[in-house]
Design a protein around this ligand. Structure first.
Ligand code: BG6
Length: 364
């Protein structure tokens, strides 16, 4: 049921404020600044025992995994990284007893992710699932997990499930952080920020008409760069993925820091860049990169915060509300969903069922 929306993707984008509410309901403990994730089936002592986190997923789930890894490193100060489950399963991975493996999947049926889980379990590793579909193959195979409660997601291009995955990682990072050195005050700071997310997502969705205007220009380009660094890099990767999936335009994500080490050679009037520029400790460096692109005639659209000072730079901006810096990726991703959606709409493509793609790849 489209509920009056022209596409499932539009509906699912708009559902995000309520869907995040469902994700966090009953799971945040304000008094102790911690997340209660009983489904993980891990005691505080077990949580404390992990010295590393490895996140596995495919496609967008992998990119959100990268957002999650950064949150876990920042809040819990344990080494964490994300890897494409499709690669992991084929490379005879080393499985360690003190690593917490996290499998991320909307459908819970993606075969590459399911095989990665099997491989970890065969070798005695502990796997938690961050899955939307209750009772799915991956959810059942994991030792425990956190359901996303995003509700059914129909559009091939994932939106609300991804946002809930990112919120799930924030809560897992809290759980891992609060059995280590994350203070009660810092835990409370993050919890207050998580609680504010649904209202802030609404504010981002309100900028849709402006994003739709920029999407027309983006759709006119044959090729685009999406750039970001550290927290912003997986945001750029996910933005480029979404854009190519439904608008069939070449979109390439790059670390802003790596621009000068190669891809800057491609910049001219014909190659626009979508730049993720949060108001964090790297804002000045990101602005310097934007300046370098503008100096070579490249158009830039910034996904940014109100208080980033672009000075003389001729750069249109899509402004998202500020949250705690660790959670910035959650809100920065939302305009990129709308950008891809409106580009595909302008181009007249089948938004909910893009060519060559399936909602979940369940066969080899
Ligand atoms: C891909 C889909 O094949 O699978 C992506 O096209 C999706 O949109 C990815 O992100 C992973 O799917 P899931 O269900 O495991 O999250």
């Amino acid at each position: 049921d489209l509920g009056g929306f022209p596409h499932y993707m539009a509906k699912e984008i708009q559902e995000q404020p309520e869907s995040v509410e469902r994700m966090i309901r009953g799971r945040l403990d304000d008094r102790f600044g911690v997340a209660r994730l009983d489904g993980l089936n891990l005691t505080p002592r077990e949580l404390r025992g992990f010295s590393r986190v490895k996140i596995l997923g495919c496609g967008s789930a992998y990119y959100v995994g990268q957002i999650g890894a950064t949150m876990i490193e920042e809040l819990a100060r344990i080494p964490a990284d994300a890897e494409a489950a499709s690669e992991f399963r084929y490379r005879n991975p080393i499985i360690e007893a003190d690593t917490l493996y996290i499998a991320v999947s909307q459908s819970g049926e993606t075969i590459d992710t399911a095989f990665a889980v099997e491989e970890i379990k065969r070798k005695g590793g502990r796997v938690a699932g961050l899955v939307n579909v209750v009772g799915s193959t991956i959810a059942r195979a994991c030792d425990g997990g956190v359901y996303l409660h995003a509700g059914p997601e129909i559009a091939v291009a994932s939106t609300k499930a991804l946002t809930n995955m990112a919120v799930g990682f924030a809560m897992i990072a809290l759980a891992l952080g609060r059995v280590r050195d994350l203070s009660n005050a810092d835990g409370q700071r993050i919890i207050a920020a998580i609680r504010a997310l649904p209202g802030q997502i609404k504010a981002v969705l309100d900028t849709e008409p402006l994003i739709a205007e920029h999407a027309k220009a983006a759709a006119a380009a044959n090729s685009l760069f999406f750039i970001g660094r550290v927290r912003g890099y997986p945001v750029a990767r996910e933005g480029a993925q979404k854009f190519k999936e439904i608008s069939y335009r070449h979109a390439e994500a790059y670390q802003t820091s790596e621009l000068k080490h190669g891809p800057l050679a491609l910049i001219d009037e014909s190659l626009p860049t979508v730049a993720v520029v949060p108001a964090d400790e790297l804002a000045d460096r990101n602005l310097a990169a934007v300046q370098q692109i503008r100096a070579r005639g490249g158009a830039v659209l910034a996904i940014t915060h109100e208080d980033v000072d672009f000075g003389e730079l001729d750069v249109p901006r899509i402004v998202v509300p500020r949250t705690e810096p660790e959670l910035d990726p959650i809100l920065l991703t939302i305009p990129l969903q709308l950008l891809a959606y409106h580009a595909a709409l302008t181009l007249g493509y089948d938004i909910d069922k893009p060519r060559n793609l399936a909602k979940s790849v369940t066969v080899e």
